[in-house]
Design a protein around this ligand. Structure first.
Ligand SMILES: Nc1ncnc2c1ncn2[C@@H]1O[C@H](COP(=O)(O)OP(=O)(O)OP(=O)(O)O)[C@@H](O)[C@H]1O
Ligand SMILES: [Mg+2]
Length: 263
């Protein structure tokens, strides 16, 4: 379980988080919504210790990230897969190198383990055949072809899948997605939604999804929280989100519908 307690963060005079209290239950898929620039990515970065709060705390499995030793933070980070906003793949690296980078940086050098992890992760996101097909004539060839491609050889949807595969390496308990469907067409967006759901069920992963895509929210969320003016202004399930009369939420949904219709 992840708990955010009274989290505050300012950059200079700009107060971005102003007392966030939120619990992300184990096994759930939680979506965090909010306007551009309201602090969604900043919130996510606090959970993984990439940013340090001014006040308050983040607890992961009961342990405080703020007071954690470097060694423990390293261990906790291994439990978390992070799909960065915009995929954030390294253009000069192959798909294979992108996928195994965190394992490599954590010191793993055994080529068999690296290969196995890369294949397992790429199969989990549907980019390689399932392991049951291992040994079929094309299996090795398909692995080699895909693994040696560079991000520039891939479509937008495939890039997102590779970035999800990278987050899955090391079998994390939690996976954080920062705007996973942004920039994708509706078909690809729906496929990514399906993948998020599939992974959370199949691998029992707790998912935290930052998004402003309301189609996605209604497709995947068990819980929804909305961030506004540095605070959580709404929390509930997708049904409660649709029926709430909270004006900040209704305005946000109305604007999304309007923008979606104009595209
Ligand atoms: N490292 C930083 N230094 C200074 N200001 C920052 C830093 N990171 C974020 N901010 C500011 O904090 C605010 C929230 O940024 P954040 O990236 O969390 O927004 P967001 O809700 O994720 O927006 P979007 O939907 O566009 O991704 C913005 O005003 C941003 O400029
Ligand atoms: Mg963001």
């Amino acid at each position: 379980m992840i708990e955010l307690k009274n989290l505050h963060k300012a950059f200079g005079s700009k107060q971005v988080l102003n007392g966030i209290n939120l619990t992300i239950p184990t096994g759930a898929t939680m979506c965090i919504i909010g306007k551009s620039g309201c602090g969604k990515s900043v919130l996510l970065k606090h959970i993984v210790g990439l940013l340090k709060q001014d006040q308050g705390d983040v607890l992961i499995d009961g342990k405080s990230v703020a007071t954690m030793s470097k060694h423990n933070l390293f261990t906790i980070r291994k439990k978390i897969g992070y799909v960065f906003q915009g995929a954030a793949l390294f253009d000069s690296m192959t798909v294979y190198q992108n996928v195994i980078i965190s394992l490599y940086e954590h010191g793993e050098r055994d080529q068999d383990i690296l290969n196995l992890e890369a294949r397992r992760a790429l199969a989990s996101v549907g980019l390689l055949p399932d392991f049951t097909e291992n040994g079929t004539p094309n299996f090795e060839k398909e692995c080699a072809i895909l693994s040696n491609k560079k991000p520039s050889d891939l479509s937008g949807g495939m890039k997102k899948r590779v970035s999800v595969a990278r987050a899955l390496v090391g079998s994390p308990d939690y996976i954080f997605y920062d705007e996973p469907t942004t920039g994708l067409d509706p078909v690809n967006s729906e496929q990514i939604d399906k993948l998020i759901l599939e992974l959370s069920k199949k691998l029992s992963i707790t998912s935290l999804v930052i998004t402003h895509d309301m189609f996605s929210v209604f497709n995947i969320a068990d819980h929804v929280a909305m961030l506004d003016k540095g605070l959580i202004c709404f929390e509930g399930d997708a049904h409660q989100l649709q029926s709430t009369e909270n004006p900040t939420v209704t305005e946000f949904i109305k604007r999304f519908r309007l923008e979606a219709r104009m595209q």
